[in-house]
Design a protein around this ligand. Structure first.
Ligand code: NAG
Ligand code: NAG
Length: 698
């Protein structure tokens, strides 16, 4: 028995048509090499006239090429030929397995079978019924003796763009011809890897397919270090990526590839100044970077302007398209890409949306080194499954969850993945923009959204999109609750984007303070530690001044009559600017934990009725008479800098005859409110001093 199979093996030849050596074709060939299939490629570098995706049928060119290739094998009696597509197919098992299945099918020619009838649905009634398995012929792959195949295609007189599928279907449905050629169908012939249609392994009923999946899984375990085939839609394991790596180490700055970065601000987006800061911090010479910025939002005009004014000159070139240019999303993306495509000096196009928080400063280098035509770094929402890629497509081209989606997002499986959809941040080789992707309009396709249209078009050109999660790159902002009604809207983002809020507003040494380091005690039981960044202080002050309705400081103020404030100050309360909820969250997240550390045994929910910013000026209200606070404990955050912004100021605790005369910007005092810590505000003698005060647990 084995002897017979060996004999057959020697006589097995794979024929495939590939006019272009697409990435899909290269993958096909790698898998063929892996299993030792003998492959002959037909039509290489010939012009493809077999139809395109705009025409439903087509493929006749393949029949013509097969017919003419078979001429050379007329007298090879026992030659078995597998005729198979290559752009979206890979081998999942070896020739022995294939021949075994061929024999089991007990026909001289065996076609792969499909669940759907195509292209002529009217022929359905003519199809024989099947008890289980698939009923309809698929021309994507068939196997048979050379002589029978020759007979099969003998009558082909069609055009290159006629349907091959219809031709074979008609032969199959003609009982006389079918018997003449001895055609059978088998759904289990081969595994088809249909990237564009996102075949879901679990939905495939054919048991042999499932065996193949198992076989692949085994391969992955056993053959690390060699070529690893893809499981369904993924390229797994790092051996694959290593083979094509392109190292940038040792390159002089001026020899590095030139990158055009397309930046897209398509909707109101928080933390945009941080975005520009990170852009500047990318480790890549700015003289090798051109910027194309599309800002769709009036709201962001100032931030974009100030970035371009202050830093535009550092870059090789900067082009801005603003809201008044009235360029829509897809059109803007086409423009950006086209700038790179048409510039012979441009080596890479890097598309970056404003809601992407790219923390890894090495991102550009890492992506270039992967040496792929199109590659995205994985980014996802903080601790969420929402990310910038899809692992699979539903049959209608929308999102489908792939088996390992979660593992990839959470980086439990790390590698370079071939995926059907990427968005928001990706690198494209300019070379491919000038070849496969040279059509000017990549961002439209029917009614598809811009991002989906792009991926659809890239897939259609046989270009693979890769995703790497081999490094941490960053995350995606939530845009859902971004209000634009304030001066500094980011302050309100503590709920929606807490990590980004923390990074922007919480002092870098707060964590040390929380561990008890850097906390000072300038007066008995008065603690002093860093809490806010300079930006937090500045924005809070500006927000208050922007609001502008400072209390008058006399007792006509209703809040004071209500008896909350022991002594009136010139102030604006957090609730007046609609910041109460956010302030409470800040107190709970950042003040409560440190309070409990510093005053052990005291537990706080940081409740407050009074939280406000006080303004001291020599000619307005320079100081505050001695008083107790209406609180269990009080925090008092200095919002500006003594010496530069004002002179004098500070706080004196009378019982201890102890003063803090040089408050530090961004640092807070924390002290008990009643009974012991009777205190006064020392006079501000010049400039304006601001503090943020909260009476906690009144
Ligand atoms: C944080 O603490 C370190 C060490 O004391 C100090 O060098 C650094 O300047 C501090 N950072 C800021 C922003 O004050
Ligand atoms: C309070 O302290 C200052 C110096 O810090 C000192 O000159 C003054 O005598 C002290 N007053 C009392 C009542 O101890």
């Amino acid at each position: 028995c084995t002897g017979k199979v060996t004999l057959l093996l020697k006589n097995l030849l794979v024929l495939t048509v590939a006019t272009k050596q697409t990435e899909g074709f290269q993958r096909f060939r790698r898998s063929a090499q892996f299993f030792n299939y003998k492959v002959q490629v037909l039509g290489l570098d010939e012009e493809w006239k077999g139809g395109d995706d705009k025409k439903p049928a087509g493929g006749g060119q393949k029949v013509r090429l097969l017919k003419s290739a078979l001429k050379q094998y007329v007298d090879k009696e026992d030659l078995i030929i597998l005729f198979i597509e290559s752009y979206d197919v890979l081998f999942a098992s070896g020739p022995t397995e294939l021949l075994k299945k061929f024999k089991q099918a007990k026909s001289k020619v065996v076609f792969s079978a499909e669940n759907y009838i195509y292209p002529d649905r009217k022929l359905e009634a003519k199809y024989p019924q099947v008890r289980d398995g698939k009923r309809f012929l698929g021309s994507g792959g068939f196997i048979g003796y050379a002589s029978n195949l020759k007979k099969l295609v003998e009558e082909w007189k069609g055009q290159d763009d006629d349907s091959d599928q219809l031709f074979y279907t008609n032969v199959f449905l003609d009982p006389e011809k079918r018997v003449g050629c001895v055609i059978g169908l088998s759904g289990c012939l081969l595994m088809r890897h249909e990237l564009t249609q996102g075949v879901d392994a679990k939905k495939l009923s054919c048991p042999i397919m499932c065996n193949m999946v198992n076989c692949l899984l085994q391969l992955q375990l056993n053959y690390l270090g060699n070529y690893i085939p893809q499981i369904w839609t993924f390229e797994t394991g790092c051996t694959v990526c290593d083979e094509g790596l392109r190292s940038l180490t040792g390159f002089k700055d001026e020899a590095l590839p030139m990158i055009l970065i397309g930046i897209f601000i398509e909707q109101p987006t928080p933390f945009l100044s941080q975005f520009f800061l990170r852009l500047r911090n990318l480790r890549y010479p700015k003289q090798r970077i051109q910027l194309f910025i599309h800002n769709h939002e009036q709201h962001h005009l100032m931030q974009v302007d100030s970035f371009v004014k202050e830093h535009g000159k550092e870059y090789l070139a900067v082009k801005v398209i603003g809201p008044d240019d009235e360029v829509e999303n897809a059109e803007a993306r086409n423009l950006g890409m086209d700038l790179c495509r048409k510039d012979p000096g441009c080596d890479y196009y890097f598309s970056l949306d404003a809601e992407i928080v790219l923390k890894n400063t090495e991102t550009l280098r890492i992506l270039i080194e992967q040496n792929k035509l199109v590659i995205a770094p994985l980014v996802s929402r903080h601790e969420k499954l929402w990310s910038n890629f899809w692992g699979a497509l539903s049959p209608d081209g929308y999102y489908a969850r792939s088996e390992d989606y979660v593992d990839i997002v959470q980086r439990r499986r790390v590698g370079l993945w071939n995926v059907p959809y990427i968005s928001s941040v990706y690198l494209v080789k300019a070379k491919v923009l000038r070849s496969e992707l040279d059509q000017g309009d990549l961002f439209h396709s029917g009614k598809l959204d811009t991002d989906m249209a792009f991926c659809h078009n890239v897939r259609n050109q046989g270009v693979f999109m890769y995703l790497t999660n081999r490094h941490q790159f960053g995350h995606i902002l939530s845009l859902e609750n971004y209000q634009t009604t304030h001066l500094h809207n980011d302050l309100w983002q503590i709920f929606s984007n807490p990590e980004d809020w923390r990074e922007k507003y919480i002092h870098e040494n707060y964590t040390a303070a929380l561990k008890g380091k850097l906390v000072e005690m300038p007066c008995p039981d008065v603690y002093w530690f860093p809490i806010f960044t300079d930006i937090a202080c500045d924005e809070l002050v500006e927000e208050m001044e922007h609001y502008g309705q400072w209390s008058t400081g006399d007792n006509t103020d209703s809040r004071i009559q209500g008896g909350y404030e022991n002594v009136p100050t010139i102030d604006i309360h957090m609730n007046q600017i609609g910041f109460e909820r956010e302030w409470y969250k800040f107190l709970l997240d950042y003040i409560a934990p440190i309070t409990e550390k510093l005053y052990p045994g005291y537990y706080t929910k940081t409740q407050f009725e009074l939280a406000f910013v006080v303004r001291y000026k020599p000619d307005e209200q320079p100081s505050l008479v001695p008083h107790h606070d209406a609180s269990t404990f009080t925090i008092n955050i200095a919002l500006n800098r003594v010496g530069t912004d004002y002179e004098g100021g500070g706080c004196r605790f009378l019982r201890y005859n102890c003063s803090i005369r040089a408050p530090r910007k961004g640092w807070t005092l924390m002290h008990p409110g009643r009974l012991t810590h009777y205190h006064e505000g020392l006079p501000t003698t010049k400039g304006t001093r601001y503090i943020a005060v909260s009476f906690l647990d009144p």
